[in-house]
Design a protein around this ligand. Structure first.
Ligand code: NAD
Length: 472
């Protein structure tokens, strides 16, 4: 093994910032820090871009788009169009997904190489509070020292006791690598990943059964979205078993067999395990440096400082919503703080959440039960506006609703949407919640007709006591 020496940045000093992991949180930290004139080392063992770009958001949304087109073709006759859905070319579908990822990857590589960020390819390990040792593929090592270290090692799929991943039992990583549409997919976990895969496989022709331990799909969302999604899935022929516990899952050459605690058995040709993701906090030497690590991740203060030396943590490694856009926001905030600015902390409550199933779900802020818990039953007012009254939704053939939760006589604290394409509407709702808007403030803004966006305006009008196209 070559000698280990402490490498320093160009001007003979340690880097200002050493970032471990180049996923959404890590590369955002690096790019923002470089923009602010800091010298940055970015360490990554795989490709720049992390889970979101290569194994998460982007490839799954590409597949979901193909699924949406397949659905549209199958319903084209409803619009008076002759079209026949003849099936899926699995190879071409995979190439499409890879092309989308490839273009974005190329763009990201271009951004990073045009910046002053120094990229180190290899496996990083924190060996002291200011130094990461990088082991390259050829086994050579070098130490990268920084005045600040930012940990951005992300998360990975987890499984549950007694269910071993392999063969026909997959996590989302394996599901994305697999070519072809399953005949019958059994999905364990009715959270975001579970319902997105259930939705897309169904659209592409599979039989799908979702098994969820809690009493409703997407249990982190408002109950109105869970029941709307359950109804839509039932209509689409997706079988959902809630309050269901798995006793065993086995596989052989022909398929998988999942036995539930009540003795019922579900058989399929693959089992997708989508029971959550865990932080990658048990490797890379993190535990040895005295960080506070729980099963949810590395504990930090509101500025994402770990409490040890000048070590920060960002993204999925930090307990909370595991979303790429939260990682970007973390990275920007940490880079600015290191550069001597005073950015506002990233607040979880105003981070928008979208589930890209058919129908889509989009939400920001408090659910109705959470608001009632916080403000009491008399402290909360709620309006639900059905997309049945929205012209554009009728044109698209979607049902769904906009649900707005406000403090009684106070600001809007939560917005929850279900319906085709509603994810694109969450930006406005996010401003309402983030700026603590009152319904009567929003009622003064004109929403374009006919758009789905108009449904937000109608809900705000109703909540302000001036309903137009609703019976509220
Ligand atoms: P999740 O936490 O959203 O859902 C996991 C589900 O599995 C929960 O509903 C849980 O009750 C259920 N579950 C747990 N143990 C079970 C068991 N033994 N039997 C049956 N059900 C069980 O996790 P996920 O869907 O795996 O997603 C992981 C993370 O990735 C989430 O934080 C999610 O927000 C993020 N993600 C986001 C998007 C998006 O923003 N569109 C897409 C994919 C993933």
């Amino acid at each position: 093994m070559p000698d280990q020496e402490v490498h320093v940045s160009g001007d003979g000093q340690p880097w200002d910032v050493v970032v471990l992991g180049a996923g959404s949180g890590g590369y955002a930290t690096a790019l923002r820090a470089a923009q602010l004139g800091l010298q940055v080392a970015l360490i990554e063992r795989e490709k720049l871009g992390g889970t979101c770009l290569h194994r998460g958001c982007i490839p799954t949304k590409a597949l979901l788009h193909a699924a949406e087109v397949a659905d549209q073709i199958q319903h084209a006759t409803d619009l008076g169009l002759h079209a026949t859905f003849e099936g899926v070319d699995a190879g071409a579908l995979h190439r499409y997904q890879q092309k989308v990822v490839g273009r974005l990857y190329q763009g990201l590589e271009g951004l990073v190489s045009a910046s002053s960020v120094d990229v180190f390819a290899g496996d990083g390990r924190l060996i002291s509070s200011d130094t990461v040792q990088v082991t390259a593929q050829d086994g050579s090592t070098q130490n990268v020292t920084g005045r600040h270290v930012v940990l951005a090692t992300g998360s990975r799929s987890r499984s549950i006791a007694d269910i071993e991943i392999g063969g026909r039992i997959l996590t989302s990583d394996g599901a994305l690598d697999r070519r072809g549409i399953p005949r019958h997919a059994v999905v364990l976990g009715g959270g975001v990943i579970g319902v997105e895969f259930a939705s897309l496989w169904r659209s592409l022709g599979a039989k799908v059964t979702v098994i969820e331990a809690l009493d409703r799909l997407v249990p982190a969302e408002d109950p109105a979205l869970s029941s709307g999604l359950a109804r839509a899935f039932r209509r689409r022929g997706i079988e959902v078993r809630t309050s269901a516990r798995v006793a065993s899952a086995t596989q052989d050459a022909d398929g998988v067999r999942v036995v539930l605690a009540d003795g019922a058995a579900v058989e399929g040709d693959i089992l997708l395990v989508a029971v959550g993701r865990e932080p990658v906090s048990d490797e890379a030497g993190l535990a040895e440096q005295g960080l506070t690590i729980t099963s949810a991740g590395v504990r930090t203060d509101e500025h994402l400082h770990t409490g040890v030396g000048a070590i920060y943590a960002v993204g999925d490694l930090v307990p909370g919503l595991q979303l790429a856009h939260r990682g970007f926001a973390h990275g920007i905030a940490v880079a600015e703080r290191i550069a001597g600015r005073d950015p506002l902390p990233v607040v979880e409550e105003t981070i928008p959440r979208i589930t890209y199933s058919d129908p889509e779900l989009a939400s920001v802020g408090l659910t109705e039960p959470a608001a009632r818990e916080q403000y009491g039953d008399d402290g909360v007012q709620v309006v639900e506006y059905s997309l049945a009254g929205n012209g554009k939704s009728q044109i698209l053939g979607t049902t769904g609703l906009v649900k707005v939760v406000r403090q009684t006589e106070g600001p809007i604290v939560g917005v929850h949407l279900i319906g085709a394409r509603v994810g694109e509407q969450i930006g406005e709702a996010q401003l309402w919640v983030g700026w603590e808007a009152y319904p009567q403030d929003i009622a003064t803004f004109i929403h374009a007709h006919p758009t789905q966006n108009e449904a937000l305006g109608e809900a705000a009008l109703a909540l302000a006591g001036q309903p137009l196209h609703s019976h509220t």
